[in-house]
Design a protein around this ligand. Structure first.
Ligand code: UT7
Length: 323
């Protein structure tokens, strides 16, 4: 059977780092509050010349390099983002052009913080359906552009960045010893659409708008939703938490990550945490965390890795793959 195997990965971050202390003169907050409530210590913030497309392009090039491939080898680009360069065309098409790729096809996927998980699950279907052999899956965001910098309850939480993987069709045996995507579970429920949203858009206000969040409400639902979808993924694959080598969750809040891992019985040393370095980078958070854990030698070929995310919509989902 065909499996979608990760052949390479990469990341890109804006040059400027903003520490928690840098907010202290802007809004009524403190490094202590931010660290205690979220685990965030710093985030990267894009300059004017750094965009979702430029960061996505840089992450894509890094992933291609690590795979030993060029854009000529790619059939499809799926970009997970909620902060596109323009309302249209899809920023995926802009990245395709920046890569000098004039064949195949490219589209954006909008599932907010769950975007990368949705995009990997979608790319896997294109590969297993025989519609693409190699897919660049990118998560790229510039949330700094949609933040209300006077709202302390949101502006300290988010950051910018991009991460990417190259998925490649490879022959597998059909069992969980195979490399590649082994199981996936996606969910959404629009009843929660007003708990985390942007208050503008082309069809309503005609403006870009700003991010608004009822943080406590999101927090309240997060752990239950995350653990439900992970348990569904475990059941699909016929595994338990003990079989995992690495848990790479969406990086929104260290307290949500810890509570989810605890509820699932995933040992602390198997959890990849980068929220301290990047803040919440929405669809870029999972591939950025992957890039850190691959670069420092934790995630190795053959390891069983669980990806998970939850975000605006709400959307939530999990992907189990063997690296
Ligand atoms: O990626 C998509 C998913 N998003 C998330 O997962 C975010 C989920 N939510 C959270 O992570 C947390 O709810 C937050 C980090 C947003 C907030 O933490 P919390 O422990 O739920 O705090 P809270 O909202 O209950 O606020 C506690 C207090 C409030 O003051 P009062 O009402 O108790 O006087 C806030 O006004 O903290 C205050 N506060 C702040 N204080 C200092 C809110 N933001 C700040 C701040 N600095 N930046």
């Amino acid at each position: 059977m065909i499996r979608s195997v990760v052949r390479g990965n990469g990341a890109a971050l804006p040059r400027r780092i903003m520490k928690n202390a840098d907010f202290e003169g802007m809004v009524e907050t403190s490094d202590e509050w931010i660290v205690q409530r979220t685990g965030i210590r710093q985030r990267h913030v894009a300059a004017d010349d750094e965009t979702t497309a430029s960061l996505g392009e840089a992450a894509a090039r890094a992933a291609l390099d690590s795979a030993g491939l060029t854009p000529a080898d790619i059939d499809l680009i799926v970009l997970a983002t909620s902060t596109p360069n323009n309302t249209f065309p899809a920023t995926a098409v802009e990245i395709q052009n920046r890569l000098g790729m004039h064949h195949g096809f490219a589209f954006d996927m909008q599932a907010v913080c769950s975007g990368f998980v949705y995009a990997v699950a979608t790319a896997d279907l294109y590969i297993r359906g025989g519609l693409a052999k190699r897919v660049l899956v990118i998560g790229s965001e510039t949330f700094s552009r949609i933040l209300d910098w006077s709202d302390r309850s949101t502006c300290v939480l988010f950051g910018d960045g991009a991460g990417a993987v190259v998925l490649e069709a490879q022959e597998g045996m059909g069992g969980i010893a195979d490399r590649g995507v082994l199981a996936a579970s996606l969910r959404s429920d629009g009843v929660h659409k007003d708990k985390l949203f942007v208050d503008g858009g082309p069809s309503t206000t005609g403006t870009v708008g700003h991010l608004r969040m009822e943080g406590r409400e999101v927090f309240k639902h997060a752990v239950g939703m995350i653990t439900d979808v992970i348990e569904a993924t475990f059941a699909q694959a016929g595994i338990t938490a003990d079989d995992l080598d690495w848990f790479v969750p969406h990086q929104a809040n260290k307290r949500i990550i810890d509570a989810s891992a605890k509820k699932l019985g995933i040992a602390e040393e198997k959890v990849v945490v980068t929220v301290d370095l990047h803040g919440n980078t929405s669809a870029a958070s999972v591939p950025l965390a992957l890039s850190v854990a691959v670069a420092d030698g934790r995630i190795k070929k053959g390891d069983l890795v669980l990806l998970e995310a939850m975000g605006g919509g709400f959307t939530w989902g999990a992907v189990l793959l063997r690296w």
